[in-house]
Each structure stands twice: as structure tokens, then as C-alpha cells.
Write a protein that binds this ligand. Structure first.
Ligand code: IVH
Length: 663
């Protein structure tokens, strides 16, 4: 019975993992996935014999190993020859044509991912071994780490896979994941990853897979090592691998003729920074397997494939000065001023140094020659300095102890990496940033209110807070530099237009710490009225998806400040409004869910709560079981609360219940 249940849960979880991480098309909410995972964990804890190698519970990492075992490759893991200009590709194609005695070769073309190669060995569809490339014939076994990579299938899908299938691919960190991870590290004072490639490499070669599990790695398959009865072309093989659940990188194509190969190169190069990961070129592979076999390989590189490399994303330059910028929340960010260099086709003169800890760790000083890096939409950053090129008599850089803009004291909370100006809205830098944020396209979208105008407004003391901009008169606007009568009228109209907005945009525009666009959207979806949100408790907020204790605390603290409440009032008096979403009459969210009420409720009677829950389609039961959806715990809750905790059931308090009923 339990065995069947465990198998069912494994199947369901593996299936949803595939939808989420391979197809990027989630079919159930995260909360539901987490619940299924907890159910399986509970079963496996009770009956450890039920744990299988393909159980999704095995993704969290295992105890550290002391050394890496060796993996031997029956078919060596090959590398690629490189081309840096068109002529080298033409030569490659010509050699292959001569050897194959054909005159128009079909190529499968793909991205050259900039990560670390990994082999995955599936026996009877189950992932049994993973290894790095090493010297090509033997590498390090990293099965424990590979299993923590979310889009690596622990079991292949379907039934028609070969008994033995060994595939190769690249482990990378997606640009978005890299940014998110480093932002979190910077905020918490943890060591940041240098770049996605070395981050991926370091994470895969970890002895402690629990550490690897914390790194946001992804895998993309690009070749087969061993495997029988596969399709006859490389492109079809990739399609087949995808059907078996293996992730394949986007942008693969089948092309004929060298001109098409060059067009592909140019097209991808132009879009390089919009791709989800770093690439260092494209790869051309002769598509027909029969032709590949004729050509074979020489010294570790196949004669049927070649990489056409892109210009580097990392270059060295001189660090001329370090300036300090003050952000919207007062954070002091050291910014490197650089001798201009072109990186990946774009000239850069500034790069971020993040914070004091990062400067110390990298030991970067004015006058140093440094490596700078640019990728995706990420602000360029200083990766490291080159020790050999350091001049004598340089000194370490230390952030000032007064705000360089307003002179207020700066402060660094123990345990935090960020140094902040304590001036708040007294600090012109913070005021400007708050206004820029408020007016931004994704916030109040005030057309024409750009950085330069905002700087003038603040420097001339025309505005102190975000609400003041709606109170400026036409002649005040017209008095600003580069503002005539016409442009000031245009701006007044834009201000008027911005007054009709959405609740989510308004919340985002307020600039509450830790409330980005997605949190603002969640708040707007869960609170029908601003008044209710302004009174929400920390617990009620934390009960919402994706809102943790830090954001909850920031939200509560923001609305507790009377000056913030005054600003909101002024904004509303000025006519800022949004349409309230029409309440859904039947609330499917609670339909069929079983609630249990326990302990004493302070503000409502139990009967009242029960009646309201029933009205929303929920069931109310007297006892806690696995089927319980949620337990409402009042004062002095006892054994039912304990049981709910043991079963991992969602527990909310009276305040959170009120929020839920209020929706
Ligand atoms: S094929 C049979 N395809 O580049 C040839 N390699 O510089 C084996 N790489 O070791 C490699 N993207 O780690 C191939 N689409 C791609 C690739 C790719 C990245 C890496 C791989 C290889 C290295 C060679």
C-alpha cells in the first residue's frame, strides 16, 4: 500500500518537475508541489526502504564524500576545435566535403554553452552515474551533485529508451539565476560567485552535495556518448533526447551551406545578451551520423564538428577611480571608473564593485589592472585584479563614514554587507532615487519625468516626497531648465494620466523595501483594499505565497510610519485611483478544502468563522488528518495544533484567517 503510494508520489513529482524545469510550463502551484514532496518525505522517513535512486527527495543533497571516485568513459568525452574567423569555417567545411566526397553538407547548428561538461549515464532509464570530463577518458564522479540539478531527470520519460544511454551536456548557471543568487549573497554578506561559468564549475566539483543543491545550476544536453538504436541524424537525436525528458538548449537548427552558417553566427551574436545563459560561440555539427563516423576524430576533437567562437565577455582594463553612489534605500555602492574598453562589442567605463566586503575579498585598488565582465542585462562588474600588474604604493579602498551626498552618518548593521546613509529622505540622492522609482514606466509610468528633471526638482527643493510632484503648478514646471510652456503642459497631462493606475503598480511605486514588482502583485491579488493591507499583521503577510519574514517586516514597518501614511493620503487626495478587481462570486480557491478550527478565537466566534468558511465553499472538520488543508490556531491551541505541525499542514492564526475571509 505505502509502496504503491510512494511510487505514485514519485511519478507525480517527477512529472511536475519535468513540466516546471524542462518545459518551463508549470501545471500546479508551488505550494501543491511542496505538499506532495512533504507527503513523500513523510512516507520515506517512516519506511526508509521505499527510497529509490530516482526519488525526487534525493535532490536535496547527501552527506559529503571525502574524495571523488573515478568514472571511465568507454567513448571518450571529446572537446571541440575552434574557429575565430569565417575562413577557418570555410576550410573546415572544404576538408569535410573532400573527405566525404559530397558538395553540400547538412549541419546541425547550436549554441556553445559556457559552462562545464558533464556526462549522465542512464541504465534502464534511471540515472546511475554522472561525471565530469576530466582528461576525456576518465573524469570525476559527481552523481551526488548532478542529482541536485533541478532539470536533470532522475528517470527518463517514456519507455522506448535504450537499456544504456549515456549523454553529455553542459552545466551552467542561467543569467537570471546568477543575478538573483549574487544579489542575495551581496545582501547577506555571503561570498558571491565570480561569474556563471566558474560558479557552475565550482558547484559541480563540490564534495558536499548539500552545498551544490543551494546553487542554481541547470543542465543542457548536446551529445550522446553510448546508446543503441538512435536516430540517424544529430538533430533527430536531440529531439529524441528531449522526448525522453532531457533538457536541450534553445536555438538549434539544421542548415546547409556556409553562408547560412555565418548568418546563424551573426544572428546569435546580435542576440547574445538576450539569451538565458552565457555562450562563448556557436557549434556546427555535421548532421548525418554516418558522415560523422566516416570523419572520426583527431586528438580529442571530432573532425565533424567545430566551434565558432565569439569575442570575449571578460577583458582587462585600468581602474581609474572608485566613486560611491547612494541608492534609493541609502545603500552606498562603490563604482569603478574604468579606462574605456569594449566587452562583447559594447564600450564600458563603469562597473560595480558591490560593497566593502567584495572590495576587500577581491583586494581591488585604484590604479590596478582589473578584469571586467559583462553579460546579459547585468551591470558590468569588476571580477578581479591582476596581481602582477599592481603598482607600488597603492592603498586599500574604504567606504567613507559620512554619506558623500548629504553628509549624514553611514551605518552598517552587523551581519549585513550593505553600508547605508542614515539620511533617509533628507538625503537628496535617496530622494531622487525614490522619485525616479515612482515615475518609472513599470511603476506610475509618468511619461517625460526623467532623471534630469527629477534632479532639478530635488536640487531646487521643489519636492520633498513623491506626492509633491502632483502639487507643482504649471509655472513651476515651466521654470525648470529645458522646459518650455509646451513641454510643461505635456508633463502635466502625463501626471494626470498616471493617476489612473493599478493597485499593483501603485504598491510597487511606493518603493517599500523588499517589495518588488512580483511582491506588489501578490499583495494586490490578496488584499482587495489598501486599508486592509495597511493594517495587515506580519503573520498574515507571511502567510501569502513568496512573502518571507523580511519582506513582511518591511511592509508592516512602512505602513506604521505616519509620514508614509500621510503621503499615501495625499496621493489619494490628488486623485490617484485604480479599479478594484470585481470579487469572484464563487471562490474556487477554498472550494473543497477542509479547515480545522482549534483554540480560542479572540475577535470572532467559532460559529461565525465556520459559517464564513462554509460560505466560501470550504469544509470545516473537528479533527486533523492528512486530508486537512489548513488549521486555524487560536489562543491555547493544543493537540490538534501539534498534530498539524507533525503532518506538515498549513497553520494560520486568526489574523490570517480574517485576511483570507476578507479576500
Ligand atoms: S559538442 C563531440 N556541443 O565546449 C563533441 N560541446 O570547447 C563534444 N560545449 O567540451 C562537444 N556547448 O563542454 C558540444 N553545443 C555544444 C556545446 C559544447 C558547449 C562545450 C563542451 C566541450 C567544449 C569544447
Amino acid at each position: 500500500m505505502s509502496q504503491k503510494k510512494a511510487a505514485q508520489l514519485r511519478d507525480t513529482l517527477n512529472e511536475h518537475n519535468h513540466y516546471y524545469h524542462v518545459l518551463d510550463d508549470p501545471r500546479i502551484p508551488d505550494s501543491e508541489y511542496d505538499q506532495l514532496m512533504r507527503d513523500l518525505q513523510a512516507l520515506e522517513t517512516k519506511y526508509p526502504k521505499l527510497i529509490t535512486p530516482d526519488s525526487p527527495t534525493q535532490r536535496i543533497g547527501a552527506s559529503p564524500v571525502s574524495t571523488f571516485a573515478k568514472v571511465i568513459y568507454n567513448k571518450p568525452m571529446l572537446s571541440l576545435g575552434n574557429a575565430f574567423e569565417n575562413q577557418e569555417v570555410l576550410d573546415f567545411d572544404k576538408r569535410a566535403q573532400e573527405h566525404l566526397k559530397v558538395d553540400n553538407i547538412e549541419y546541425s547548428v547550436e549554441l556553445k554553452l559556457d559552462g562545464l561538461a558533464m556526462s549522465l549515464r542512464y541504465e534502464n532509464g534511471i540515472l546511475v552515474k554522472a561525471g565530469t570530463r576530466g582528461d576525456g577518458t576518465s573524469g570525476e564522479e559527481v552523481t551526488h551533485n548532478a542529482k541536485t540539478i533541478k532539470n536533470v531527470p532522475l528517470r527518463l520519460r517514456g519507455k522506448d529508451y535504450p537499456k544504456l544511454l549515456e549523454v553529455r551536456g553542459e552545466v551552467v548557471i542561467l543569467t537570471a539565476d546568477f543575478e538573483k543568487y549574487n544579489k542575495k549573497c551581496a545582501a547577506n554578506g555571503h561570498k558571491m560567485l565570480t561569474n556563471p561559468r566558474s560558479g557552475a564549475a565550482g558547484s559541480l566539483r563540490q564534495l558536499d552535495s548539500r552545498k551544490t543543491a543551494k546553487r542554481p545550476l541547470s543542465f543542457f544536453t548536446y551529445a550522446v556518448g553510448e546508446g543503441q538504436d538512435l536516430p540517424k541524424t544529430h538533430s533527430k537525436i536531440l529531439q529524441q533526447l528531449h522526448k525522453w525528458g532531457l533538457p536541450i538548449a534553445p536555438e538549434t537548427q539544421v542548415l546547409k551551406g556556409t553562408q547560412a552558417l555565418f548568418d546563424y553566427y551573426q544572428d546569435i551574436l546580435a542576440r547574445r545578451n538576450t539569451l538565458p545563459f552565457d555562450i562563448d560561440g556557436v557549434v556546427y555539427k555535421i548532421n548525418a551520423i554516418a558522415q560523422q563516423e566516416i570523419l572520426g576524430f583527431v586528438s580529442r576533437a571530432p573532425r565533424w564538428a567545430i566551434a565558432y567562437k565569439f569575442p570575449a565577455q571578460e577583458v582587462s582594463t585600468k581602474l581609474l577611480a572608485i566613486d560611491v553612489q547612494v541608492g534609493r534605500m541609502g545603500a552606498l555602492t562603490p563604482v569603478a571608473r574604468l579606462a574605456p574598453v569594449t566587452v562583447g562589442g559594447v564600450t564600458i567605463t563603469n562597473a560595480t564593485l558591490h560593497n566593502q566586503d567584495e572590495i576587500n575579498r577581491k583586494d581591488v585598488r585604484v590604479g590596478d589592472t582589473v578584469i571586467v565582465r559583462r553579460a546579459g542585462d547585468v551591470i558590468p562588474e569588476v571580477v578581479r585584479m591582476i596581481p602582477d600588474k599592481r603598482k607600488k604604493r597603492t592603498s586599500a579602498f574604504i567606504l567613507p563614514d559620512k554619506c558623500p551626498i548629504c553628509g549624514s552618518d553611514v551605518m552598517r548593521v552587523t551581519g549585513e554587507a550593505v553600508t547605508r546613509c542614515t539620511g533617509g529622505l533628507f538625503c537628496p540622492a535617496q530622494r531622487k532615487e525614490a522619485l525616479k522609482h515612482f515615475a518609472a514606466r513599470r511603476a506610475m509610468d509618468i511619461d517625460g519625468l526623467g532623471d534630469k528633471l527629477i534632479a532639478q526638482l530635488v536640487d531646487k527643493s521643489l519636492v520633498e516626497n513623491i506626492a509633491d510632484i502632483y502639487q507643482l503648478r504649471a509655472e513651476q514646471w515651466a521654470s525648470l531648465e529645458r522646459m518650455g510652456k509646451k513641454s510643461s503642459e505635456k508633463l502635466m497631462k502625463a501626471l494626470e494620466d498616471s493617476k489612473k493606475t493599478t493597485f499593483a503598480r501603485f504598491l510597487y511605486a511606493l518603493g517599500i523595501r523588499d517589495v518588488g514588482e512580483s511582491t506588489a502583485r501578490i499583495l494586490s491579488e490578496n488584499f482587495s483594499k489598501l486599508d486592509t493591507l495597511m493594517l495587515a499583521t506580519n503573520e498574515a503577510l507571511q502567510d501569502l505565497p513568496d512573502i518571507g519574514p523580511v519582506a513582511a517586516q518591511s511592509i508592516v514597518a512602512f505602513f506604521q510610519q505616519s509620514h508614509n501614511r500621510d503621503i499615501i493620503q495625499t496621493l489619494q487626495d490628488e486623485g490617484i485611483h485604480w479599479e478594484v478587481a470585481t470579487p469572484v462570486t464563487t471562490k474556487p480557491s477554498l472550494a473543497g478544502h477542509t479547515f480545522v478550527l482549534t483554540g480560542t478565537l479572540q475577535e470572532m466566534t467559532r460559529d461565525h468563522a465556520k459559517a464564513q468558511l462554509h460560505a466560501l465553499g470550504a469544509k470545516v472538520s473537528g479533527s486533523v488528518s492528512k486530508k486537512t488543508y489548513c488549521v486555524v490556531a487560536g489562543e491555547k491551541a493544543g493537540s490538534k495544533l501539534d498534530k498539524a505541525q507533525k503532518l506538515g499542514i498549513k497553520i494560520i492564526d486568526e489574523a490570517a484567517l480574517k485576511v483570507l475571509l476578507d479576500q
